[in-house]
Design a protein around this ligand. Sequence first.
Ligand code: ZN
Length: 203
Amino acid sequence: MKIMCIGRNYADHAKELNNAIPNEPVFFLKPDTALLTRNKPFFYPDFSKEIHFETEVVVKIKRLGKNIEERFAHKYYDEVGLGIDFTARDLQRTCKQKGLPWEKAKAFDNSAAISEFVPLSSLPDSGHWDFHLDINGERKQTGNTRDMLFSIHRVIAYLSQFFTLRTGDLIYTGTPAGVGPVQIGDYLEGYLEGEQRFAFRIK
Ligand code: ZN
């Protein structure tokens, strides 16, 4: 399976990193070795001094698709989760300055934390879902999927022009404003529509 991630999909987050508002989705990939499941701890890597959390709604693809039309995109997923796109912000800054790819900063082991998936039927039909991240009991980041620049359906259609989507592929749909650093010892709890979806520690 592959992990596709959308960058700059919330205007307020693009602004906080001084990025322009994109007119088409920005994306990057993570390998399957990036997955961090079942609330296992995240071990702070030696190569960075500035690991940031990015809380994101994650779509799980349920069938094979290529060149999917936006109006049919809803047929390609029926579960979503909540995840963290861990980012080595210091390395990313260097990559950006040099015009290099971001993989070193984005695709490392355990950089894609993911909750259990929940059926869409258990979430509001509107597709407007509140999510937030608490660290050590303090609210650090809040968002709502209605504020995405590119909707889930648009993102599926867009990505499927470039990649065949397969069952089990994941799409991290971007993070709202409020990203920030994690420290060893931090306890992260993610909530989607008021229910805790993940809880794990930074070690
Ligand atoms: Zn992200």
